[in-house]
Design a protein around this ligand. Structure first.
Ligand code: BES
Ligand code: ZN
Ligand code: ZN
Length: 479
């Protein structure tokens, strides 16, 4: 699908469909139009959409509700744009025109949200479908808006394309995207945007004492990797380290998952894929910030060589960990990356991971857990998250739960003594590997809920959502 932005009025265009945003009260429509829509039970409320036969210029008219103008939010605009694109697809429109709605209230924020809604709403993972009907794609979308909004529209396009890039990798199954494949993708985008990229193979992993990655990776015939991508502009204002969990498939290992929980575990690489998507956007937006992307990646499988409960491993920072469950593998590989990331002495280090089922129990499928001791960082991320619609909720690093992950024979154990507070004990575990003398500020985002959706939600189709790509890119650009 091609998207172009035009300063021409929509009325001067021709297409198969025209998408129009409508506030409650329908003041932007003629009396006849408004009456006709009312008869179809459409009044401009949020989530409403109606399709009507059109005029000579536009075969179909698609009206999308924006709700009350006084209450308009970015995410409403995003959702309306997505509804528009989905309806256009339903009527098999090849050429579609959008009028840029929402800018009368939200200005450039709406322009960005329209672009995002169109690109995110248009996304479906259809690579492996062979049916022609299912393969239908809109050929061209033209968005008609004022010149002053063009730049932000383009930013929105870049952000959403980056999220879709992430979704494409997450949706690939474990037989296609292995740790080696993930490294290849990292090398490809590094080539494209002139980043430095280093991929650690077994020997480098040993040399760097990355015991978590080596230990968890041992049970799979697909070897583990550690990826380090660097974006370094001329005069960076800040240094940010990103870390993403890259478990290409999580069977649970010897503590094998029951079948209902193993299905969808191709999504356990979503943190890593988000970091790759973020870098893709960074390559295009070129902020004055140095960004390091770190990806520990393994496949967690049961095997004669697999690691086992009771095993004890000792990390480069001296901390020893007893394995209580081979299914709590994410924190083990993230630990290596956090130790490595600390050495880069960043201003901010943010890790993102599909880390715990407990976080999904706590917050549901639509909200990520945000853990940080830095109130300023929390405020900044939460504010952006409410704008992007990638919902986050702050969770506590409760000191009283530290006791829960204290080891019997070693410093730590990789699972809490009870199930309770499982998302928190996982975050507390990670904190042991962040060197507070070298890292000014650290945040952990547990994306186990929103990274992969079991059904359609808002502008997302079922499957990978590409969260939290847009929020983190915005954060970096604002830094
Ligand atoms: N990858 C899972 C967490 C997960 C669960 C992600 C649901 C997405 C959806 C993680 O490796 C895991 O298995 N965690 C265990 C930890 C437990 C053994 C302490 C869990 O959450 O049950
Ligand atoms: Zn697991
Ligand atoms: Zn996992």
């Amino acid at each position: 699908m091609k998207i172009t932005y035009t300063h021409e009025l929509p009325a001067n265009k021709k297409a198969d469909a025209l998408v129009i945003g409508v506030y409650e009260g329908m003041k932007n429509l003629t009396k006849e139009e408004a009456l006709q829509l009312k008869n179809l039970n459409f009044s401009g409320k949020v989530r409403e959409v109606v399709t009507l036969p059109g005029t000579e210029n536009f075969k179909t008219l698609i009206y999308v509700g924006l709700g009350k103008k006084s209450e308009l939010k970015s995410d409403t605009v995003r959702l309306a744009a997505a509804k528009g694109v989905k309806s256009a697809k339903k009527v098999k429109a090849k050429k579609v025109v959008f009028e840029l709605f929402g800018v009368d209230k939200l200005k450039e924020k709406a322009a960005k949200a329209v672009a995002e809604g169109i690109v995110l709403g248009n996304y479906q993972f259809k690579k492996y479908k062979s049916g022609k009907e299912e393969k239908f794609e809109i050929e061209k979308i033209t968005v008609a808006g004022e010149k002053e909004y063009e730049k932000e529209f383009e930013t929105g396009y870049i952000l959403a394309e980056a999220a879709n890039f992430t979704r494409n990798i997450v949706n690939e199954p474990g037989n296609v995207v292995t740790p080696e494949k993930l490294a290849e993708i990292a090398e490809e985008i590094s080539e494209e945007y002139s980043f430095k990229c280093k991929v650690f193979k077994e020997k480098d992993l040993e040399k760097n004492q990355m015991v978590g990655i080596l230990t968890v990776g041992r049970g799979s015939k697909n070897p583990p990797r550690f990826i380090h991508i660097t974006y370094k502009p001329k005069n960076p204002k800040k240094r940010i380290v990103l870390v993403g969990k890259g478990v290409t498939f999580d069977s649970g290992g010897l503590n094998i998952k029951p079948e209902q929980f193993m299905k969808t575990m191709k999504s356990d690489k979503a943190g890593a894929c988000a970091v790759l998507g973020i870098m893709k956007a960074i390559g295009q937006l070129k902020p004055d910030v140095e960004v390091h992307a770190l990806i520990p990646t393994v496949e967690n499988m049961p095997d004669g060589k697999a690691y086992r409960p009771d095993d004890i491993i000792v990390y480069k920072n001296g901390k020893s960990v007893e394995i209580h469950s081979t299914d709590a593998e994410g924190r083990l590989i993230l630990a290596d990356a956090l130790i490595y990331g600390s050495e880069l002495e960043p201003d901010v280090m943010i890790d993102m991971a599909t880390l715990t089922g407990a976080c999904v129990v706590a917050l549901g499928h639509y909200t990520s857990g945000l853990f940080t001791e830095d109130d300023k960082l929390a405020t900044a991320l939460l504010k952006l998250s409410s704008e992007t619609g990638e919902k986050m909720w702050r969770m506590p690093l409760d000191e009283d739960l530290k006791e829960d992950i204290k080891g019997t024979y070693s410093d730590l154990q990789n699972v809490g003594k009870t199930r309770y507070g499982g998302a928190i004990t996982a975050a507390l575990f990670l904190r042991n590997f962040v060197d507070s003398k070298k890292v000014k500020s650290w945040a952990h985002i547990d994306i186990a809920g929103p990274a992969f959706l079991d059904k359609e939600w808002k502008y997302y189709s079922a499957g990978a959502s590409g969260q939290p790509v847009r929020t983190i890119v915005e954060f970096i650009v604002e830094s």
